[in-house]
Design a protein. Sequence first.
Length: 208
Amino acid sequence: MKKGFCFLTSLFGLVFLFAACSHDLRVKNVHQYSARMPYLETPITIGLNTSASGVSEEFFNYFLDECYGIGNVKAIYPYAYSTTKPVDYMVEVNPAVDYGGSGANFIVSFPGFLIFTPAWHGYNYKADIYTDVTVTDYNTREVVFRERIHNKYKCAQAEFDRTWTTGTDWLLTLGVCSLIGGCYFTSYDDDITQEFNNTLSRPYGNYM
């Protein structure tokens, strides 16, 4: 009976260690970039364009989706000046995304493994989105607004491909895996990119 109890306890511990070694993605500062959707008394029409591609184009599309929902604003995309009917303003929006890890992930890994920090806190990552916005008056051809907007989002997330060292350390290596792996875990985890983007889509588009 005693041996059976010990076996079940050990088995439960193993399941806990490995099953708990994941942490859902959570954007820490999403509310730092928030804005109310404007409503214009006078209807306007804007012609939108971008030179963004790949992941950056995804963020432009998030912005575009929000534009379609603004009251009294008609958005035309893509807009060709020479072949499309006149608009009030021509708007060029070009996001660029830079993902990164964090040096703090080393501490999360070691000595953080002692209190299972990767599982309950996750590893730290960031996404810097630099958005160049240029607004040109259609009639005068004058630039009425030009700015680079910097959104710096921070998130915490962990997957088994990085947190397995926590369980291994407690069972076998006494911290060696977390110590060595901690150096690598300071880098960005490409596996989280799509989930990160999906989480940012609505807040980013609304803010822009």
